[in-house]
Design a protein around this ligand. Structure first.
Ligand SMILES: [Zn+2]
Length: 410
């Protein structure tokens, strides 16, 4: 489920204001390209983040606490422990519910394959008027027993052509702690006093270019550092050699579904001398919930933790996006919600999920069979959102398709 990166030589440009006395970045001024990249981090599922940071970039791979070990455990588990091969793949390559917006941005670092649609390999099965099946996972099993591996494209009119999140001409100030504010009159560099900085003479403006590989560095540093811009632009080598330990935090007000019954029970082995849990024995309901964390988007997790995770800079990024203007600062008003209330991708949510992370609603599709008499000509067949009607010979022009649920596949 991986796709090839675009031109890796591409760069985005921004300017940073450096305090020469203490060698720190005061803030950066950036346009759409860089800000879209930063905001796209909030749309990444946790499994995607664990995968990206486990690869070398200019920096060595990093671990994001137990998230990285959870991801690696799934990778190491034999596929026989999962309901299907698809279920394991869903955890290792969870989809991004904002892929239509985030995958076309400049220097996108999420290499997850974009959603594709599949129907039964058997034309006769698809030819049925009602009850035809649709899958967003390759090689799931059709009700007829054959594989659903025939890719079908969406009708051109239902394809989104959105590029990123913020307006093309907008400018933003990004502080060293990753807070972002709109710089509508583009005066940030001329009025640092507005942001509480007095000694403008000790500051210099530096233009910088960033490559795709460096964006992976920036994500790694943003997960670990409280001053990610300074560590990224000015102290990367030192930072590499002394990777800071993750913050810990006591979580109180986690948003979850009210739960009257059906608690998962587990047995734990505790070492009395240190009062630490050595391991737990749990059933599939608890394991399902644990593994489903990998499908949660970062912005959705920040939402249920109300901007108080143990990732301080990501918290700052999240909380600053919460107060951006949905109309003035975003290409369309719903895009802010896609970041601060990021949803799990369609069909990735557990039925008994206890956490309040919503699932992206599925799009109902019909199978357009207008040219079915020439069935071998695949290019004439497509998915449409238009309702169907019958032809004179009794075959429908377009008939509704029902999604195969990979989580209930036997
Ligand atoms: Zn079939």
């Amino acid at each position: 489920m991986q796709r090839k990166h675009p031109n890796s030589e591409e760069k985005v440009t921004l300017k940073i204001l450096v305090d020469k006395k203490i060698n720190e970045v005061v803030f950066a001024e950036a346009g759409k390209d860089f800000v879209d990249i930063l905001l796209s981090f909030l749309t990444f599922p946790l499994g995607t983040i664990a995968r990206i940071v486990s690869n070398d970039s200019n920096m060595p791979k990093v671990s994001v606490g137990s998230l990285s070990s959870l991801y690696q455990s799934v990778a190491n588990l034999d596929v026989s422990h999962f309901s299907s091969e698809t279920c394991k793949e869903m955890l290792l390559h969870p989809r991004n519910s904002s892929e239509d917006y985030s995958q076309n941005i400049k220097l996108n670092i999420d290499d997850t394959e974009k959603t594709k649609y599949f129907i039964c390999e058997d034309w006769e099965c698809n030819r049925q008027g009602r009850g035809g099946l649709l899958s967003i996972f390759r090689n799931t099993r059709c009700k007829c027993g054959k594989l659903m591996n025939r890719e079908i494209l969406q009708e051109k009119t239902s394809l989104l052509n959105m590029l990123g999140f913020v307006h093309d001409e907008s400018t933003f100030i990004i502080f060293d702690n990753l807070s972002v504010i709109a710089d509508n009159d583009q005066s940030g560099f001329y009025q640092p006093k507005n942001f509480g900085y007095k000694y403008f003479n000790a500051m210099k403006v530096v233009p910088v270019n960033i490559t795709q590989k460096e964006i992976v560095d920036l994500l790694k540093i943003s997960l670990l550092s409280k001053t990610p811009l300074t560590d990224f632009f000015l102290r990367r080598e030192v930072f590499n050699m002394n990777l800071p330990k993750r913050d810990t935090r006591v979580f109180n007000d986690v948003r979850s579904e009210p739960c009257d019954e059906g608690y998962s029970s587990l047995k734990v082995m505790r070492r009395k001398s240190s009062n630490k849990i050595l391991f737990a024995l749990a059933g599939d309901d608890f394991i399902d919930i644990l593994l489903s964390f990998l499908t949660f988007p970062l912005g959705g997790v920040e939402n249920i933790l109300q901007g108080k995770s143990c990732l301080r800079s990501i918290d700052n990024l999240y909380k600053s996006v919460v107060v951006l203007d949905p109309i003035k600062d975003f290409k369309s008003p719903n895009l802010k919600d896609k970041l601060v209330n990021s949803r799990i991708a369609q069909q990735f949510k557990l039925q008994n999920q206890i956490f309040l992370v919503e699932e992206d609603p599925i799009v109902e599709y019909c199978f357009n069979t207008k040219c079915f008499g020439f069935a071998n000509n695949v290019s004439n067949l497509y998915l449409t959102t238009a309702p169907g009607y019958l032809t004179l010979d009794g075959y429908p022009f377009s008939s509704p398709l029902v999604y195969v649920n990979p989580l209930s596949e036997s």
